[in-house]
Design a protein around this ligand. Structure first.
Ligand SMILES: [Zn+2]
Length: 451
């Protein structure tokens, strides 16, 4: 089947060539040349203007980067660096900052992280949203935005602007707090598509309304956005709404947008005009050979307020070798598998990740969301799952979840060896939904002095 080429290719060509592209085609050499120029500019800007990089990269200048490979000589930037003193990253005066995003740490006692954006930085975000949304939305389509959008410059607000430029009709809504009410809005507004966080859209799919009401309309497409989209959720949503489910990979540090799937749904195409991606071995820091898994690292190419050089995301993925079925020359990143920190050892040689648990738990009818933690009780590790269940879910949900978790091969082995206990509790959704901004990880409480 012939699949339309990702609209990101035209976007990238426009960014590289400006108005002078003519009938030219994008080539990998053009992308690399552009990215090299932008890395040099960014390095010069950061060393000159940001107190953090001025000290960290003293003596460096853009001229030291003769080829993209030379970037690997620069040290990494980490989340801890930003937490320590985010203002030291600024390359402009604080008056020129039009948006500050504060990210609360998901861990206990962790400091929050602050990211700063100028108006120009926000313009780049809108531009990426415009072309990124063209992957799944056509002009005239009505698109429900289930992301926070009340404040100017918030993700929902920038997405609204991007959709307007595309000629689509944004329907701002904000995070789901009452699934039934949101379904009602979908019917009234006759939406064609939606953008949301996986667990929130799952809550919509699993909302069983009054049977007298007309069924929610079918959708043309939907976009799930987060760092890691559980494959089991995407499958349920595809079935429920009868439409393709596109994934977007992004985080605030990237400038909200990072990468989005094309209609081939075979990996993300990256926001290559604004970000340069690397995959590194998290243990050695060395670049891994093409196609191998490692940690995703990115460098901003156009950011003016708070550029980041070689920022470690903690996400695990790889570049998919070979061309995309859509025929673009742009690279593809595989769907992010989870977080480096998300791998938890349960005695012996048994490891478990949130992605493993996601695959076991989300397919169970009635599950809306869950959290997972590991604690130690005497000599035994205890894996504790707290499930948020739909109102209509039966009391046997916890037992079904237990069976699903215990059938995971690694868990099974740990249980048999007596090194592990599994505890599962299930509660009603109430009025509180996880808005999903915190990363989904297994909380390891064994060495934290908790419990
Ligand atoms: Zn493609």
């Amino acid at each position: 089947m012939k699949v339309d080429k990702t609209p990101l290719e035209g976007w990238l060509l426009k960014k590289i060539k400006g108005g002078t592209a003519g009938g030219e085609c994008l080539t990998p050499e053009m992308i690399r040349g552009y990215q090299l120029d932008k890395i040099r500019e960014t390095l010069d800007l950061a060393v000159r203007q940001s107190p953090f990089y001025g000290r960290r990269l003293k003596g460096w200048s853009g001229g030291d980067i003769a080829a993209l490979e030379d970037l690997t000589r620069l040290p990494f930037t980490t989340a801890e660096d930003i937490k320590e003193n985010p203002l030291k990253f600024l390359c402009v005066s604080q008056d020129e900052i039009s948006r500050v995003v504060t990210l609360q740490s998901s861990g206990t006692g962790g400091e929050s992280k602050r990211l700063y954006f100028t108006r120009e930085d926000q313009e780049h975000i809108i531009d990426f949203f415009h072309y990124g949304m063209a992957c799944l939305v056509d002009p005239g389509d009505r698109v429900l935005i289930l992301l926070p959008g009340r404040l100017p410059g918030s993700v929902g607000d920038l997405l609204r602007s991007g959709l307007e430029r595309l000629g689509a009709v944004p329907v701002p809504h904000g995070p789901v707090t009452d699934p039934e009410a949101t379904l009602q809005v979908m019917r009234q507004e006759q939406v064609d598509s939606l953008v949301g966080i996986p667990t929130q859209v799952l809550a919509l799919a699993r909302c069983r309304e009054d049977p007298g009401k007309p069924a929610a309309p079918r959708l043309k497409s939907m976009l799930l956005t987060t760092d890691h989209v559980p494959g089991s959720i995407a499958k349920i949503l595809r079935r429920t709404w009868g439409c393709p489910v596109f994934n977007h990979y992004g985080m605030t540090e990237m400038g909200l947008g990072g990468a989005v799937e094309c209609r081939a749904l075979a990996g993300y195409h990256l926001r290559e005009a604004d970000l340069y991606f690397e995959i590194i071995d998290p243990a050695t820091g060395k670049t891994v050979p093409e196609g191998q898994y490692g940690e995703v690292v990115f460098t901003t190419l156009t950011r003016k307020g708070m550029p980041l050089l070689r920022y470690r995301t903690g996400d695990v993925s790889r570049f998919i070798p070979g061309p995309c079925p859509c025929g673009t020359v742009m690279r593809r990143l595989e769907s992010v598998r989870g977080r480096l920190s998300g791998k938890v050892r349960l005695g012996g040689n048994v490891f478990i990740t949130m992605a493993d648990l996601d695959q076991a738990i989300f397919p169970l009818d009635g599950v809306l969301n869950f959290t997972a933690g590991v604690s130690r009780e005497k000599e035994t590790d205890c894996l504790r799952l707290e499930i948020t269940a739909a109102d209509w879910a039966g009391p046997e949900l916890a037992a079904r979840a237990r069976a699903a978790v215990e059938s995971l091969p690694d868990i099974k082995r740990a249980l048999e060896s007596g090194a592990l206990k599994v505890e599962i509790s299930s509660g009603r959704e109430g009025d509180k939904f996880n808005t999903g901004t915190a990363k989904r990880t297994i909380k390891d409480l064994r060495n934290a002095g908790v419990n």
